[in-house]
Design a protein around this ligand. Sequence first.
Ligand code: MG
Length: 316
Amino acid sequence: MGEFELIRRYFFPIAEAGNTSAIRLGPGDDCAIQRIEPGMDLVFSVDTLVEGVHFPRQYDPEKLGWRSLAVAASDLAAMGADPVCFTLALTLPDADPDWLSAYARGLAKAARNFGLSLAGGDTTRGPLTLSLQVHGTVPKGQAIQRSGAQSGDYVCVSGTLGEAGAALDHLGSDSPGPDVQAVLARYHFPEPRLALGAALRGRATAAVDVSDGLVADLGHILEASGVAANIDTDRLPLSEHLKRLAGEAAIGLALNAGDDYELCVTLSPQVWADLPRAVRSQLTVIGKVVAGEGLTIERNGYTESLPAGGYDHFRN
Ligand SMILES: [Mg+2]
Protein backbone atom coordinates (compact mmCIF):
# COMPACT_ATOMS: atom_id res chain seq x y z
CA MET A 1 0.00 0.00 0.00
CA GLY A 2 1.39 3.42 -0.98
CA GLU A 3 1.74 6.30 1.40
CA PHE A 4 -1.36 8.06 0.08
CA GLU A 5 -3.41 4.89 0.52
CA LEU A 6 -2.12 4.54 4.09
CA ILE A 7 -3.14 8.10 4.89
CA ARG A 8 -6.54 7.69 3.25
CA ARG A 9 -7.21 4.49 5.13
CA TYR A 10 -6.03 5.56 8.59
CA PHE A 11 -6.71 9.28 8.68
CA PHE A 12 -9.73 10.07 6.49
CA PRO A 13 -12.19 8.42 8.94
CA ILE A 14 -11.11 11.03 11.52
CA ALA A 15 -12.86 13.60 9.31
CA GLU A 16 -16.11 12.33 10.86
CA ALA A 17 -14.90 12.57 14.48
CA GLY A 18 -16.54 15.82 15.53
CA ASN A 19 -19.57 17.89 14.69
CA THR A 20 -19.17 18.06 10.92
CA SER A 21 -21.96 20.53 10.11
CA ALA A 22 -19.47 23.42 9.93
CA ILE A 23 -17.13 21.52 7.58
CA ARG A 24 -18.33 22.19 4.05
CA LEU A 25 -15.40 20.28 2.57
CA GLY A 26 -13.08 17.88 4.38
CA PRO A 27 -9.77 16.27 3.38
CA GLY A 28 -8.92 15.44 -0.24
CA ASP A 29 -9.13 18.77 -2.08
CA ASP A 30 -6.59 21.60 -2.23
CA CYS A 31 -8.15 23.24 0.81
CA ALA A 32 -10.82 22.39 3.34
CA ILE A 33 -13.81 24.71 3.78
CA GLN A 34 -15.16 25.71 7.17
CA ARG A 35 -18.37 27.70 7.38
CA ILE A 36 -18.41 30.36 10.08
CA GLU A 37 -21.94 31.16 11.18
CA PRO A 38 -22.88 34.84 11.39
CA GLY A 39 -22.18 36.24 14.84
CA MET A 40 -19.26 33.88 15.47
CA ASP A 41 -15.50 34.44 15.61
CA LEU A 42 -13.04 31.83 14.30
CA VAL A 43 -10.38 31.03 16.96
CA PHE A 44 -7.34 29.09 15.74
CA SER A 45 -3.89 28.05 16.86
CA VAL A 46 -1.02 25.86 15.64
CA ASP A 47 1.24 23.66 17.77
CA THR A 48 4.40 21.86 16.64
CA LEU A 49 5.85 18.84 18.43
CA VAL A 50 9.37 17.64 17.62
CA GLU A 51 10.61 14.18 18.60
CA GLY A 52 13.23 14.39 21.34
CA VAL A 53 12.16 17.93 22.22
CA HIS A 54 8.42 17.83 22.99
CA PHE A 55 8.06 14.08 23.40
CA PRO A 56 10.59 11.31 24.06
CA ARG A 57 12.32 9.40 21.24
CA GLN A 58 10.62 6.08 20.41
CA TYR A 59 7.46 7.37 22.12
CA ASP A 60 4.42 5.11 21.77
CA PRO A 61 2.65 6.35 18.60
CA GLU A 62 -0.85 5.70 19.95
CA LYS A 63 -0.15 7.85 23.01
CA LEU A 64 1.40 10.46 20.75
CA GLY A 65 -1.81 10.51 18.70
CA TRP A 66 -3.85 11.45 21.76
CA ARG A 67 -1.28 13.79 23.24
CA SER A 68 -0.56 15.75 20.06
CA LEU A 69 -4.22 16.68 19.60
CA ALA A 70 -4.85 17.22 23.32
CA VAL A 71 -2.10 19.81 23.71
CA ALA A 72 -3.33 21.68 20.63
CA ALA A 73 -6.98 21.54 21.78
CA SER A 74 -5.96 22.88 25.18
CA ASP A 75 -5.29 26.27 23.58
CA LEU A 76 -8.92 26.32 22.37
CA ALA A 77 -10.02 25.58 25.93
CA ALA A 78 -7.95 28.51 27.21
CA MET A 79 -9.81 30.84 24.83
CA GLY A 80 -13.22 29.44 25.76
CA ALA A 81 -13.69 28.23 22.17
CA ASP A 82 -15.96 25.42 21.04
CA PRO A 83 -13.86 22.91 19.06
CA VAL A 84 -14.62 22.39 15.36
CA CYS A 85 -11.79 20.88 13.31
CA PHE A 86 -8.04 20.54 12.86
CA THR A 87 -5.38 20.02 10.21
CA LEU A 88 -2.31 17.84 10.61
CA ALA A 89 1.14 18.21 8.99
CA LEU A 90 3.15 15.04 9.58
CA THR A 91 6.87 14.90 8.93
CA LEU A 92 7.96 11.25 9.05
CA PRO A 93 11.32 9.50 8.66
CA ASP A 94 9.50 6.74 6.73
CA ALA A 95 5.95 5.60 6.03
CA ASP A 96 5.81 2.77 8.58
CA PRO A 97 2.28 1.31 8.40
CA ASP A 98 2.38 0.07 12.02
CA TRP A 99 3.41 3.49 13.31
CA LEU A 100 0.83 5.28 11.16
CA SER A 101 -2.06 3.02 12.17
CA ALA A 102 -1.19 3.31 15.88
CA TYR A 103 -0.79 7.09 15.67
CA ALA A 104 -4.10 7.39 13.82
CA ARG A 105 -5.80 5.20 16.44
CA GLY A 106 -4.73 7.52 19.28
CA LEU A 107 -5.55 10.59 17.21
CA ALA A 108 -9.04 9.28 16.34
CA LYS A 109 -9.80 8.56 19.98
CA ALA A 110 -8.77 12.08 20.97
CA ALA A 111 -10.63 13.65 18.03
CA ARG A 112 -13.88 11.92 19.03
CA ASN A 113 -13.41 12.85 22.68
CA PHE A 114 -12.75 16.51 21.96
CA GLY A 115 -15.23 16.91 19.07
CA LEU A 116 -12.58 17.86 16.51
CA SER A 117 -12.87 16.63 12.90
CA LEU A 118 -9.79 16.23 10.74
CA ALA A 119 -10.22 18.75 7.91
CA GLY A 120 -6.99 18.14 6.00
CA GLY A 121 -3.28 17.60 6.21
CA ASP A 122 0.06 17.07 4.60
CA THR A 123 2.92 14.57 4.89
CA THR A 124 6.60 15.06 4.19
CA ARG A 125 9.79 13.09 4.77
CA GLY A 126 12.15 14.15 7.58
CA PRO A 127 12.77 13.89 11.34
CA LEU A 128 9.54 13.04 13.18
CA THR A 129 7.62 16.31 13.67
CA LEU A 130 3.90 16.98 14.03
CA SER A 131 2.10 20.26 13.47
CA LEU A 132 -1.57 20.46 14.37
CA GLN A 133 -3.71 23.50 13.71
CA VAL A 134 -6.96 23.54 15.67
CA HIS A 135 -10.02 25.60 14.83
CA GLY A 136 -12.82 26.59 17.18
CA THR A 137 -15.53 29.22 17.36
CA VAL A 138 -16.90 31.61 19.95
CA PRO A 139 -19.77 34.10 19.83
CA LYS A 140 -18.31 37.35 18.48
CA GLY A 141 -15.99 39.12 20.90
CA GLN A 142 -16.32 36.48 23.64
CA ALA A 143 -12.98 34.68 23.39
CA ILE A 144 -11.22 34.79 26.77
CA GLN A 145 -7.92 36.62 26.35
CA ARG A 146 -4.88 36.88 28.62
CA SER A 147 -5.16 40.63 28.92
CA GLY A 148 -8.35 41.08 30.95
CA ALA A 149 -7.31 40.32 34.56
CA GLN A 150 -8.34 43.06 37.01
CA SER A 151 -7.07 43.96 40.45
CA GLY A 152 -9.34 42.23 42.99
CA ASP A 153 -9.97 39.15 40.79
CA TYR A 154 -9.42 35.69 42.18
CA VAL A 155 -6.73 33.50 40.56
CA CYS A 156 -8.11 29.99 40.02
CA VAL A 157 -6.81 26.74 38.55
CA SER A 158 -8.71 23.69 37.37
CA GLY A 159 -8.06 20.10 38.44
CA THR A 160 -4.74 19.30 40.09
CA LEU A 161 -1.22 20.43 39.19
CA GLY A 162 2.23 18.86 39.05
CA GLU A 163 1.41 15.27 38.16
CA ALA A 164 2.56 15.38 34.53
CA GLY A 165 5.83 16.87 35.75
CA ALA A 166 6.23 14.08 38.31
CA ALA A 167 5.68 11.54 35.51
CA LEU A 168 8.86 12.59 33.69
CA ASP A 169 10.98 10.58 36.15
CA HIS A 170 8.91 7.45 35.49
CA LEU A 171 8.43 7.36 31.70
CA GLY A 172 10.66 4.28 31.41
CA SER A 173 9.15 2.47 34.39
CA ASP A 174 8.55 -1.26 33.74
CA SER A 175 6.12 -2.09 36.52
CA PRO A 176 4.69 1.16 37.84
CA GLY A 177 2.69 1.12 41.07
CA PRO A 178 -0.72 2.82 41.29
CA ASP A 179 0.64 6.31 42.09
CA VAL A 180 3.12 6.19 39.23
CA GLN A 181 0.40 4.87 36.90
CA ALA A 182 -1.81 7.80 37.85
CA VAL A 183 0.83 10.45 37.12
CA LEU A 184 1.88 8.69 33.90
CA ALA A 185 -1.74 8.86 32.72
CA ARG A 186 -1.68 12.63 33.26
CA TYR A 187 1.41 12.89 31.05
CA HIS A 188 0.29 10.51 28.31
CA PHE A 189 -3.39 11.45 28.15
CA PRO A 190 -3.88 15.13 28.99
CA GLU A 191 -7.53 16.22 29.04
CA PRO A 192 -8.01 19.69 27.56
CA ARG A 193 -10.59 21.54 29.64
CA LEU A 194 -12.84 22.38 26.69
CA ALA A 195 -16.21 22.30 28.47
CA LEU A 196 -14.85 24.32 31.39
CA GLY A 197 -13.29 26.90 29.07
CA ALA A 198 -16.59 27.34 27.23
CA ALA A 199 -18.46 27.64 30.53
CA LEU A 200 -16.11 30.45 31.60
CA ARG A 201 -16.89 32.59 28.53
CA GLY A 202 -18.36 35.87 29.67
CA ARG A 203 -17.27 35.04 33.24
CA ALA A 204 -13.47 34.76 33.39
CA THR A 205 -11.57 38.00 32.81
CA ALA A 206 -8.45 36.14 31.57
CA ALA A 207 -7.36 32.54 30.97
CA VAL A 208 -4.33 30.52 29.94
CA ASP A 209 -3.67 26.79 29.78
CA VAL A 210 -0.88 25.45 31.98
CA SER A 211 1.57 24.01 29.46
CA ASP A 212 4.87 25.46 30.72
CA GLY A 213 4.11 25.56 34.47
CA LEU A 214 1.75 27.62 36.62
CA VAL A 215 4.25 30.38 37.42
CA ALA A 216 5.28 30.87 33.79
CA ASP A 217 1.72 30.69 32.41
CA LEU A 218 0.12 32.88 35.10
CA GLY A 219 3.03 35.23 34.36
CA HIS A 220 1.69 35.58 30.79
CA ILE A 221 -1.68 36.75 32.17
CA LEU A 222 -0.03 39.21 34.56
CA GLU A 223 2.16 40.73 31.86
CA ALA A 224 -0.63 40.93 29.28
CA SER A 225 -3.02 42.45 31.85
CA GLY A 226 -0.51 44.81 33.51
CA VAL A 227 -1.25 43.52 37.01
CA ALA A 228 0.41 41.55 39.83
CA ALA A 229 -0.81 38.56 41.84
CA ASN A 230 -0.33 36.84 45.19
CA ILE A 231 -0.70 33.08 45.40
CA ASP A 232 -0.73 30.85 48.47
CA THR A 233 0.95 27.47 48.05
CA ASP A 234 -1.25 25.98 50.81
CA ARG A 235 -4.14 26.34 48.38
CA LEU A 236 -2.53 24.62 45.38
CA PRO A 237 -4.63 21.63 44.33
CA LEU A 238 -2.40 18.54 44.70
CA SER A 239 -3.52 14.96 44.15
CA GLU A 240 -2.87 12.31 46.80
CA HIS A 241 -0.83 10.43 44.17
CA LEU A 242 1.50 13.39 43.77
CA LYS A 243 1.82 13.99 47.51
CA ARG A 244 2.77 10.37 48.12
CA LEU A 245 5.21 10.25 45.22
CA ALA A 246 6.89 13.63 45.51
CA GLY A 247 6.53 14.54 49.21
CA GLU A 248 8.11 17.95 49.82
CA ALA A 249 8.79 18.41 46.10
CA ALA A 250 5.06 18.37 45.22
CA ILE A 251 4.63 22.13 45.60
CA GLY A 252 7.62 22.90 43.40
CA LEU A 253 6.21 20.59 40.73
CA ALA A 254 2.78 22.22 40.98
CA LEU A 255 4.34 25.68 40.59
CA ASN A 256 6.86 24.98 37.87
CA ALA A 257 6.30 21.73 36.00
CA GLY A 258 4.48 21.89 32.68
CA ASP A 259 2.33 19.49 30.69
CA ASP A 260 -0.70 19.48 33.02
CA TYR A 261 -2.96 21.32 30.54
CA GLU A 262 -5.22 22.60 33.29
CA LEU A 263 -6.64 26.13 33.02
CA CYS A 264 -5.47 29.09 35.08
CA VAL A 265 -8.16 31.80 35.06
CA THR A 266 -8.97 35.07 36.77
CA LEU A 267 -12.49 36.15 37.66
CA SER A 268 -14.17 38.58 40.04
CA PRO A 269 -15.31 37.44 43.51
CA GLN A 270 -18.90 38.23 42.45
CA VAL A 271 -18.64 35.99 39.37
CA TRP A 272 -17.07 33.29 41.56
CA ALA A 273 -19.98 33.47 43.99
CA ASP A 274 -22.48 33.20 41.12
CA LEU A 275 -20.76 30.35 39.24
CA PRO A 276 -22.91 27.27 38.68
CA ARG A 277 -21.88 24.63 41.19
CA ALA A 278 -20.73 22.23 38.45
CA VAL A 279 -18.32 24.87 37.14
CA ARG A 280 -17.04 26.07 40.52
CA SER A 281 -16.35 22.49 41.63
CA GLN A 282 -13.74 22.18 38.84
CA LEU A 283 -11.79 25.21 40.09
CA THR A 284 -9.67 26.10 43.14
CA VAL A 285 -8.98 29.67 44.22
CA ILE A 286 -5.22 29.92 44.80
CA GLY A 287 -4.74 33.66 45.15
CA LYS A 288 -5.67 37.14 44.13
CA VAL A 289 -4.86 39.69 41.43
CA VAL A 290 -3.51 42.97 42.82
CA ALA A 291 -2.31 46.24 41.33
CA GLY A 292 1.36 46.48 40.38
CA GLU A 293 3.82 44.09 38.76
CA GLY A 294 5.19 40.65 39.59
CA LEU A 295 4.07 37.55 41.44
CA THR A 296 4.26 36.96 45.19
CA ILE A 297 4.24 33.36 46.40
CA GLU A 298 3.39 32.62 50.03
CA ARG A 299 4.92 29.43 51.29
CA ASN A 300 5.21 28.12 54.88
CA GLY A 301 4.75 31.58 56.32
CA TYR A 302 7.36 33.36 54.21
CA THR A 303 6.91 35.09 50.89
CA GLU A 304 8.95 35.10 47.75
CA SER A 305 8.53 37.82 45.15
CA LEU A 306 9.19 37.34 41.47
CA PRO A 307 9.56 40.52 39.43
CA ALA A 308 7.65 40.95 36.17
CA GLY A 309 9.58 39.08 33.49
CA GLY A 310 11.09 36.69 36.07
CA TYR A 311 8.42 34.05 35.77
CA ASP A 312 10.26 31.81 33.33
CA HIS A 313 13.33 31.54 35.54
CA PHE A 314 11.67 30.57 38.80
CA ARG A 315 13.03 27.24 39.99
CA ASN A 316 13.13 25.76 43.46
MG1 MG B 1 -1.50 27.85 25.58
